[in-house]
Design a protein around this ligand. Structure first.
Ligand SMILES: NC(=O)c1ccc[n+]([C@@H]2O[C@H](COP(=O)([O-])OP(=O)(O)OC[C@H]3O[C@@H](n4cnc5c(N)ncnc54)[C@H](O)[C@@H]3O)[C@@H](O)[C@H]2O)c1
Length: 270
């Protein structure tokens, strides 16, 4: 069996949302696996510059931080153009990872709120895919990884926007996987599993949350194996197995209704 790290050796990778959390761990782990160049694209310039500088101490000249707001297609195009320059004309891997966990009560959410959520969690990935596609076609292949969430398989109350955006991203990824397969462009959808990162800001990450490094290693192993859907932890695997199975419908109803009622009473269960 091939080592996971072999898949990343000498590759050029772009990771969005790479200044923190899972994106940063994906970038750092790929460098440790021997990636030739990694581009850290993020809106947060302070964190991005700090982390790119830190990575360059261990991996001199192999990390580049680029400011990019993935909700703006022109920003994404420019980031990919500069990233490809840094990568010697190539981008082998794109991780559409930047995202946020929008929550709230549906009646209070406006169309503008919904557009903001889709803009970050869905259109940002579309812009990324569109920007790297000509390059990957010209170089004869590549791998695009869209970071979804277990919520795509367990749509939860008070997170309608997060559920809908991640389910849409999953569907886009899996449909496109087969459209581009014969061009040697791979697509993988990946849930990180519950992970202790800044996404939990303002609340405690669940006690069983895994580290970003752990999530990154699971994702990178599945991607190296060209898996269709990488599931980051057992809860996500169970959700994916059961959510749309008619035999489990009653159990899932009970579970999701309990989540809704607890959240309504102020307890943020997952
Ligand atoms: N942490 C979890 O438990 C968990 C679970 C399931 C899915 N996810 C998904 O994993 C991905 C990474 O999340 P994380 O937990 O590492 O969160 P995080 O908040 O630590 O990292 C998100 C990064 O995205 C950046 N970002 C935000 N808006 C951006 C924009 N418009 N353009 C570019 N960058 C932007 C932020 O600056 C930040 O560096 C997200 O897509 C999230 O939905 C996380």
């Amino acid at each position: 069996m091939k080592e996971v790290s072999e898949y990343y050796r000498d590759k050029v990778a772009v990771v969005t949302g790479a200044a923190s959390g899972i994106g940063l761990a994906l970038a750092e782990t790929m460098l440790s696996y021997g990636a030739k160049r990694v581009i850290l694209a993020d809106l947060n310039e302070v964190n991005m510059a700090r982390e790119a500088a830190r990575l360059n101490l261990t991996y001199p000249g192999r990390a580049l931080g680029l400011r990019c707001d993935i909700t703006k297609e022109e920003d994404v195009k420019e980031m990919v153009r500069q990233g490809a320059g840094f990568g010697g004309g190539r981008i082998d891997l794109l991780f559409n990872n930047a995202g946020a966990g929008f929550s709230g009560h549906f009646p209070e959410q406006t169309n503008a709120d919904w557009e903001k959520a889709f803009s970050l969690n869905f259109y940002g990935a579309i812009y990324g895919i569109r920007a790297v596609l000509p390059l990957m076609q010209a170089q004869g292949g590549g791998h695009i990884v869209d970071i979804i969430s277990g919520i795509a398989f367990a749509p939860m109350a008070y997170q309608t926007m997060y559920s809908a955006t991640k389910a849409a991203l999953n569907a886009l990824t899996l449909a496109l996987r087969y459209e581009l397969w014969d061009e040697n462009i791979r697509l993988t959808s990946a849930t990180p599993g519950t992970t202790a990162t800044a996404i939990w800001a303002g609340m405690e990450a669940p006690p069983d949350a895994q580290s970003p490094e752990q999530s990154a290693r699971t994702i990178l192993a599945g991607v190296a194996n060209n898996e269709r859907l990488v599931l980051g932890d057992e809860a996500d695997a169970s959700g994916a197995r059961n959510c749309f199975t008619p035999e489990a419908a009653k159990d899932f109803d009970d579970y999701l209704l309990n989540v809704a009622r607890k959240r309504r009473s102020g307890e943020w269960v997952v």
